[in-house]
Ligand binder design. Structure first.
Ligand SMILES: [Zn+2]
Length: 182
């Protein structure tokens, strides 16, 4: 922080939000004294309503993703979260995907916990550290959302093979592969 920026600009506190009056956490940043919820709402509304702002955000995010240092940081953060609490991570990522794709999402951490096992239930192998061996959250019926009773925790590879295929379709692919000597 440079000396020209007052300490109050970057500090956080707890106090009444100037917009909604809640006692939630807020950050002093510039002259914004709104709670985090209000600030997020403001950002979302601006993103929706202001095309210039939206274009700038998209450009900035693209730029950030191209930056190797940013990607390293993001990957390290993801790895840490994944290791610390794999169940929460599966839930969190699914929630994010559901929001992006406008898929129904009503599962709780308990729903994921119930489906969790120490091994991939398809291949019977323990979880590993590659994308193929990592646990992933499958929607049994891809036409439905992340709703209770429609999820399974299977390895990335099993999920990739299953995709949106039916059991019959996977059997046909397997038969064809054997026929071709695979
Ligand atoms: Zn507020």
């Amino acid at each position: 922080m440079s000396a020209s920026v007052g300490w109050w600009r970057m500090s956080s506190g707890k106090g009444p939000c100037r917009k909604c009056g809640s006692d939630d956490w807020y950050w002093y940043r510039g002259r914004c004294y709104q709670c985090n919820t209000c600030r997020r709402k403001r950002r979302v509304r601006r993103y929706r309503e202001d095309p210039t702002y939206r274009a700038r955000q998209i450009a900035e995010n693209a730029q950030r993703r191209r930056d190797p240092a940013y990607r390293r940081r993001e990957n390290a953060w993801a790895r840490e979260r994944r290791h610390r609490d794999p169940i929460r991570w599966l839930w969190f990522r699914a929630k994010h995907r559901a929001r992006e794709k406008s898929i129904e999402f009503t599962i709780t951490l308990d729903d994921v916990q119930r489906e969790w096992s120490e091994r991939c239930p398809v291949f019977g192998i323990p979880w590993g550290n590659t994308r193929a061996q990592r646990p992933s959250l499958d929607r049994l019926n891809p036409k439905l959302g992340y709703v209770s009773g429609n999820i399974a925790v299977i390895s990335g590879k099993a999920n990739l093979i299953k995709s949106n295929a039916t059991g019959r379709e996977v059997e046909l692919v397997a038969r064809w592969m054997r026929h071709r000597g695979l």
